[in-house]
Structure formats: C-alpha cells, structure tokens
Design a protein around this ligand. Structure first.
Ligand code: HSE
Length: 439
C-alpha cells in the first residue's frame, strides 16, 4: 500500500552508472513504489554538461548543473559522479542536512570514509555503498548484515575486472601483457587512468573497504600493501600453467594472530599471485569478479558476478535506494558500522605467505647446497624444488633453472632470501618471484 508521501531522490552524475540509475528509476517507478510503500520521485539529475551524450535518455527537464539546490531539496541523494571532489563536499552537505546518501565511489570511501561515516552518525543519516565494491555482486550487505553475527577471518577476492581480463587473456590466448592491455583498452574495461587498474590502486581501495567492514577496524588506504600486474611476464604465466597454477591479481584481507602472540592484527594487501587451478578463484575468467570469504561459523562462501558495468552497478545502487527508502517509510535508526575492534593493520613484512622463486644458477657441484643454505640462513623452509638444465651455450658456464617453492614464512624473511640469492655468486639471475595463495 502506498500511503507515505513521495520520497525526493536527487541523482548526482549521469555517466555510465548514473544514466542507467535514472532509466531504471523512471521505467520501474510503479514497481519500486509498491516495494517501498512510497513513490520514488527523481527530482533532478546534476550533471557537468547538460548537452553530453548519455547511455540512456534522461528527460531534459530533470537535468541541471546546480547540484547544491538538488541536495537541499532531496530526501535521498545518490552520488555516482566519482572522484574525490566535489563528491565529498556534496555528500557531506547531504548528510549534514539529514538526507541518506547512496554512493558508488570507492576512491572516496577508501580515502575519506571515516569523515563521511562520522558525519552520517552525528545526524542519524545513512550512507549506503553496495555499488562501491564489485558492482552488482552483493558483498557489502553480506559483510555488514548477513555475517554480522559471525567472525570473518579471511577475504580473498578478484575485485578488479580489467586486470582479471588481461591476466586471463595472457593465460588462455598466450598474449603478452601489452597485447592483452590493448584488448582491454579497446573493450573499454580500463579506467580513464589505466594505472588505477594495472597498478592495483582500484583493488586496494576495494579491499580497504571490505577489510574495515569485516574486521570492524579502520583500514587506511595507505596501510594496504599494493603491487599491480605490470611486472607479470608471459614466461611466468606459461610456467604457472605448466605447473597447475594460474596468476590472479588478488585482494586479500586477513585477521592475523601477530607473531603467534595471540594479539590480533589485520592485513590488507593486493598482489599478483599463483593460485592452484582447482581453487574456485581460478575459474573466474574474463572481466568477472569473485570474492571468497572465510568465516568461523559460516565456513567458506563465494560471491561471483559482474564487477563492473553501468547497468550492473546501477542494480546495486537501486538495491541501496530501496533499503534507504524503506527506512524512511518505516523509520528507525538503520545501520551503523562499528570500528570498535580497532585492530592494528600490519605491514606486509609481518605477513606469512609463500613464494615461488625461479633462479638461473650455475650447474656446478655444491651450487644447490649454497642455495639451500641461503633459505636456511633466513629460517625459510623449502617445500619443493624442480630443476631443469638449460641448453648449453658455447664458451659459457652451463646453467640450470631451479624453481623453488617455499613453506609459509614472513614476507620479510622471504624477501631477505631473494636479496641474498641475488647477491650470491652461485646465482646467475632470478627470473621470477611470485607469491602463492590458495593452497
Ligand atoms: N576498473 C574497475 C575494474 C571497474 O576493472 O574492475 C569497477 O570498479
């Protein structure tokens, strides 16, 4: 029954996501009103340029360049303009005037989340952000609500579609990084600034948001360890395939018993890693995303789907809009996320992981012992060693290729091993160093 006054919705931004939000809101007006118990009246769409071409037509009378007047008149503000400013100022204005806000802005949340959540809490307004991580895949609400009574221990996800596409094409079609990047660019998968994707910044923003929710802890973006995919070589991809692995850009958030002392900390990190081909994340192909969550009582859960795209992101925005609108109709305080756990965000050096290191070594007596010694000196236990002799070159010392897989050790010890190997006269070169996850 629709017996509540119409709710006034302001939309800030009409790019690939905003235009689809406007279209769906207008096309599904009657159904949304029935679900909410109030009409959702789109009172205007703030844009930079009224004449710009859009992916869906928006009635021209709704378009305005005056975002501030729209915010003042709205009950609920949807921010899909992206960027830090003026998005931050507009969201603060909306929250301070008591409006609920829905945002898809991962960069803003990862950078200014604390300020925005505090502003919301002060006035009892709500900030919804399902669309900020992995678009249509429900992952924020499961962490915020469904798993709120459980203890999440680990999140491991593929949260950047364009880099997954690039690595997948290198793996499945044998493309070089450059060729795969050119394809991703052609398909429009990469951000306007591709370094956000390929250097791992986008994934770092997303895992900072997920880690904060999962561990009830503030996770500043500059505490997220980050490596992108620009150093991944075709040779590494081929070797991974031959050895039953695939390389994925992983975003990992983990609850950690720091140094075995019982004191808890968290780690948030992004890097390319070898994942066994039988792991569920290995099956995530193309530009898809997936997030693997391990919780104490729930066990392992996997969330999979389209992690980008205008209409897919719009779906998550509209889900938040229905929640926000229902809260208006029913009243009540809504959700508030807590950072009460206040766990230490640990640096990468203290994190336990495994490396696979490929070394070109002199094929001479005693060399293997020297190399094994280096691992032992740093307290790193070797799990596997595979050796193949390289084709001989006239006048050159014969060399062998050694692929060493380690047991778990701290990243600091593993990285010291790599430095000592590089300095050792037994080693001609180190041709690959990559972490291994999902074993
Ligand atoms: N650049 C992002 C990606 C878009 O490739 O996944 C969605 O955030």
């Amino acid at each position: 029954m629709i017996d509540y006054r119409p709710l006034r919705i302001a939309l800030l931004g009409a790019g690939s996501v905003g235009a689809q939000v406007a279209r769906l809101l207008l096309e599904n007006k009657a159904e949304l009103a029935a679900r909410v118990g109030a009409e959702l009246e789109l009172i205007g769409v703030a844009v930079r340029d009224i004449k710009s071409k859009r992916s869906a037509d928006i009635p021209v009378e709704l378009l305005t360049t005056d975002a501030e007047s729209l915010i003042v008149a709205a009950d609920i503000v949807i921010e899909v303009m992206g960027g830090l400013e003026p998005a931050r100022t507009y969201i603060l204005q909306a929250l301070n005037s008591g409006s609920d806000v829905i945002t898809a802005n991962k960069a803003l949340l990862a950078t200014h989340g604390t300020e925005l959540f505090e502003a919301a809490e002060q006035v009892g307004a709500q900030l919804y952000f399902e669309a900020a991580v992995a678009a249509a895949i429900p992952i924020i609400r499961p962490l915020r609500e469904s798993l709120a009574g459980d203890k999440v221990n680990r999140i491991m996800g593929i949260v950047n579609g364009s880099t997954n596409y690039i690595l997948d094409r290198m793996d499945s079609a044998g493309l070089t990084l450059e060729a795969a990047m050119a394809e991703a660019t052609e398909l429009g998968y990469l951000e306007a600034d591709p370094s956000l994707d390929v250097e791992g910044y986008d994934a770092a923003q997303k895992i900072a948001i997920l880690a904060a929710l999962a561990f009830h802890t503030e996770v500043p973006l500059d505490r997220v360890y980050r490596e992108g995919i620009t150093k991944v070589t075709k040779a590494q991809i081929t070797a991974a395939r031959e050895n039953g692995y695939v390389i994925k850009l992983l975003a990992i958030a983990e609850r950690i018993d720091a140094d075995g002392s019982g004191e808890q900390g968290v780690s948030a990190r992004v890097y390319p890693a070898l994942v066994p081909r039988e792991h569920p994340l290995a099956a995530v192909r193309g530009a898809f995303n997936a997030v693997f969550v391990e919780a104490e009582a729930a066990g392992s859960l996997m969330f999979y789907g389209a992690g980008a795209g205008g209409v897919q992101t719009a779906s998550a925005v509209l889900g938040d809009l229905v929640s926000a609108a229902k809260r208006h109709v029913a009243g009540g305080p809504g959700l508030a996320d807590s950072v009460h756990a206040n766990l230490e965000v640990l640096p990468i050096e203290r994190i336990y992981t495994r490396y696979q290191i490929t070394i070109q070594a002199k094929d001479q007596p005693g060399v293997l012992a020297q190399i094994a010694n280096i691992f032992a000196e740093h307290g790193v236990s070797v799990e596997t060693v595979e050796q193949s002799v390289n084709p001989s070159e006239p006048g050159k010392t014969p060399t062998a290729s050694l692929m060493v897989g380690t047991h778990e050790a701290t990243d600091a010890s593993l990285s010291s091993v790599v430095n000592s190997l590089a300095a050792s006269e037994a080693v001609e070169s180190i041709t690959s160093v990559i972490r291994v996850e999902g074993l």
